[in-house]
Design a protein around this ligand. Structure first.
Ligand code: FES
Length: 273
């Protein structure tokens, strides 16, 4: 049965960068969610969107980039705004049996990685994290991750304004070369994750990647989020190496709201986090 959104009030907001804000609210159903799971968040009169949880507990949070009608409405009002939420949906990342992990986050993909880092550290997993962005100004959760990870945090920026100039995949290549992990977890632009997948295949390292597709229902009914024969909302959004190895669409195409298949560049221009 479709689930009706529960109306919650944004309790507090946190400006993360010049472009990103985090919104905290109470939503009991998500207090024990897994990192990588998402909520369908409805702003009445605007739209409903799938947004990954960027904090999990008594108070949960979502982090968005203030760009586009939906996000700008949220960013424009913030605290006190009432939104409808359903979920949590999707499978989330699995840390079962993992002793050594590398986590790679790009851009807005750092949001679901934040509770994953927390979980890995709590479980005593040997964790190295690579975070990348175009510039230092839009690096998400930099201070928090530096405090938690120290020397195990590796930053890359496209322009060299923080960390190493280059891409997250350059840093990952070096880290895998030094010491192979049991798994590479990642969330970010799909082009980046395809490069991560190819590298992991070459190095024979398992990966779990969180993908994004246009979603409507969020729980496997409408078929809007299909990738090959998989529903990204229900079978994912986190997919493992074996699933991705067999995919004809991963790293190549996605579908717009209309169902039209487009290449990933066009999809990236359309989507927002
Ligand atoms: S969003 Fe409806 S099936 Fe996935």
């Amino acid at each position: 049965m479709p689930e009706l959104p529960q109306i919650v009030e944004i309790r507090r907001t946190q400006k993360e960068t010049g472009q990103h804000q985090t919104y905290y609210f109470e939503f009991d159903k998500a207090k024990d969610a897994k990192p990588g799971q998402f909520l369908m968040v409805w702003i009445p009169g605007v739209d409903e969107k799938p947004i990954s949880l960027s904090s999990i507990g008594k108070e949960v949070a979502i982090t968005v980039q203030c760009k586009g009608l939906w996000s700008e409405k949220l960013c424009g009002i913030g605290k006190g705004l009432k939104v409808g939420v359903r979920g949590p949906y999707g499978n989330g990342f699995s840390t079962e049996g993992v002793k050594k992990a590398i986590i790679v986050a790009g851009g807005c993909g750092t949001a679901p990685i934040r509770p994953l880092v927390e979980k890995c550290l709590t479980e005593g997993i040997d964790t190295r994290v690579v975070v990348g962005a175009q510039t230092a100004e839009i690096l998400l959760f930099r201070k928090e991750l530096e405090d938690k990870l120290g020397d195990n945090l590796y930053i890359t920026t496209d322009d060299g304004s923080a960390g190493k100039k280059g891409f997250t995949t350059d840093a990952l290549k070096e880290l895998i070369g030094e010491d192979k992990p049991d798994v590479v977890f990642s969330c970010g632009p799909e082009v980046m994750m395809k490069a991560i997948f190819d590298l992991c295949e070459k190095e024979k390292v398992e990966c779990q990647l969180s993908l994004e597709r246009y979603m409507r229902c969020g729980f496997g009914i409408c078929g809007q989020c299909v990738m090959d024969d998989l529903m990204v909302c229900k079978d994912g959004p986190v997919f493992n190496s074996e699933q991705l190895r067999n995919s004809k669409e991963f790293g190549k195409v996605a579908r717009l709201k209309s169902g039209r298949e487009v290449d990933l560049k066009e999809f990236a221009n359309w989507r927002q986090c």
